[in-house]
Structures are given as structure tokens and as C-alpha cells.
Design a binder for this molecule. Structure first.
Ligand SMILES: [Zn+2]
Length: 272
């Protein structure tokens, strides 16, 4: 028998042993530390904000779990420079499967967030299913297009069973009243909520998206602590509209709840 064929199982066994050993070690040393931190924090994440000592410049120092906010190399949001965007390639093959469905509203101290009441909305990206967990708003927008900021930005946050995240971003400019959001806007919780507010009327998310399905796609991060990376970003090129009153209603509760622009480094943005 040739030596090569013999060597392979030995090599595979060695790799298996090494990986297995590594995981074991992480588990042993990781667990007690986690428990300790949990009891210290009373199971709540460390407080952060959009200004001062707990603002974006300090997120990375507030907690070890937020280290990526300071050290990450693929962070969001970024500026989308249309002259630098690649148009001939396809990064993510995206299928949006949204339908009219129920949500509950929370004011989480950082934004107004609509939580999915059922698993009825999902994306399929490169054959993998990402379920919509929640959507929320920033004012003004977090992403910039040619250094231009929009009035607001909507983030629809999706996750796979394994916890991989994908976010659909929609820019919002001032214009016509947005009827899809009017039921939600009637019940915006102005104070931080302990329990979600149930929204009676279903929200038709498909109607919320722009007509033109062209998106800017790149690999980034969550824009709030813990700033987790390997997030698939798809940002619609065409903005949607909300009335001046609707924007003002949101601004009375949250304004300037946006993270500053992060460096693109050597990442590519693809228009598809
Ligand atoms: Zn967001």
C-alpha cells in the first residue's frame, strides 16, 4: 500500500484530536468565568449609549464581550462610495420571503424595536435560511451613501439557526406618509418598556421595502455592542419615504442613535 493512503487516516485522527482538545479546554475555562460575570451583572448586558463615557468611542472598553467594537476589522456602518462599488459580481443571492404578520413593540433604551411574534418572515441567502428576529430604526441613518446621511435607517435583523446574522437596511427620506408603519407609529412607546406592546394590526413588511430591489452588499458587523462580525449586510439603494410628522414622532423619542462611520479597510462593496 502506498504510504500516502496510510498517512491520511493518521493525519485526520490527529486533527480530530487537536480540535476536540481545544474545545474541551475552552469549555472548562470558559464556564466558571461566564457564571461569575452573569451573577455580577445580574444577567444584564453592560450599559452603553450614543454619547459621553459610554458612547461609541468607549464601547470596546466597557466589557470584554464588546472588544470587537474597538478591535474589529470588519465593522459597520460604513460609507458607500458609488465610484468604488463593484457592479459585475454577485455576492449574496438573496430571496426575500415576507408576508403580513404580527409584531410587538419595545423601547429598549437605544431604539424602538418591533419583535417578530411568529416565524413567518425569512430571507434565503445562498441557499441558507435566515429568520427575521426584529426590526428597528436609527435617526439619522448609520450608513452613508457618498458621505450623505439620510433622515433615518431601518434595519431588519435576521438569524440562522446557528446564530449567523444578516441585516437588510433601508434608507428613509422625508416625503409621503408611510402607511405601512402608521399602526406602529400610533403606538410608539416613548419610555423604555419592560414588556412589549402588542400591535393588533399585522404589518406588511413586503410593502415597506423599496420597489427597486438593488442592494449594496458587504460583510460587516452589528452596529451596536457587542459589534459581532461576519454579518451579511444588504442595503437597498432606493430609499423609502416617511412624512415629516412621522420622523418628528420618532425624533421625540430617539435622535442621534447612530454609530459613527467605520473604516471599510480592504472590504469590497458589491451592487447587485
Ligand atoms: Zn441597527
Amino acid at each position: 500500500m502506498p504510504a500516502k493512503l496510510l498517512a491520511y487516516p493518521v493525519f485526520a485522527a490527529l486533527i480530530g484530536f487537536t480540535i476536540g482538545g481545544c474545545q474541551e479546554q475552552t469549555r472548562e475555562t470558559g464556564a466558571p468565568e461566564e457564571e461569575q460575570n452573569d451573577s455580577e451583572r445580574n444577567e444584564e448586558a453592560v450599559e452603553w449609549s450614543y454619547e459621553g463615557g459610554t458612547g461609541p468611542d468607549h464601547w470596546g472598553e466597557l466589557d470584554d464581550a464588546y472588544a470587537a467594537c474597538a478591535n474589529g476589522k470588519e465593522q459597520s456602518p460604513v460609507n458607500i462610495d458609488s465610484a468604488q462599488v463593484e457592479e459585475d459580481e454577485e455576492k449574496y443571492d438573496v430571496e426575500v420571503n415576507y408576508q403580513s404578520s404580527s409584531f410587538s413593540l419595545a423601547n429598549n433604551g437605544h431604539s424602538i424595536q418591533a419583535n417578530s411574534a411568529a416565524s413567518e418572515n425569512h430571507l434565503v441567502i445562498n441557499d441558507e435560511e435566515y429568520e427575521l428576529a426584529q426590526f428597528h430604526f436609527h435617526q439619522p441613518s448609520e450608513h452613508l451613501v457618498n458621505e450623505q446621511r439620510y433622515e433615518m435607517e431601518l434595519h431588519l435583523v435576521h438569524e440562522t439557526e446557528n446564530g449567523d446574522a444578516a441585516v437588510l437596511g433601508v434608507m428613509i427620506e422625508e416625503g409621503e406618509e408611510n402607511n405601512t408603519l402608521s399602526d406602529l407609529w400610533d403606538q410608539l412607546p416613548s419610555e423604555e418598556t419592560e414588556e412589549d406592546v402588542n400591535i393588533e394590526e399585522p404589518v406588511d413588511l413586503q410593502a415597506l421595502l423599496p420597489e427597486d430591489q438593488t442592494t449594496f452588499q458587504y460583510e460587516g458587523s452589528l452596529t451596536t455592542p457587542p459589534c459581532t462580525e461576519e454579518v451579511k449586510w444588504m442595503l437597498f439603494e432606493e430609499p423609502i419615504e416617511m412624512s415629516e410628522d412621522q420622523i418628528q414622532d420618532f425624533k421625540k423619542i430617539y435622535h442621534e442613535n447612530h454609530r459613527p462611520e467605520q473604516s471599510l479597510e480592504d472590504r469590497e462593496i458589491i451592487k447587485n
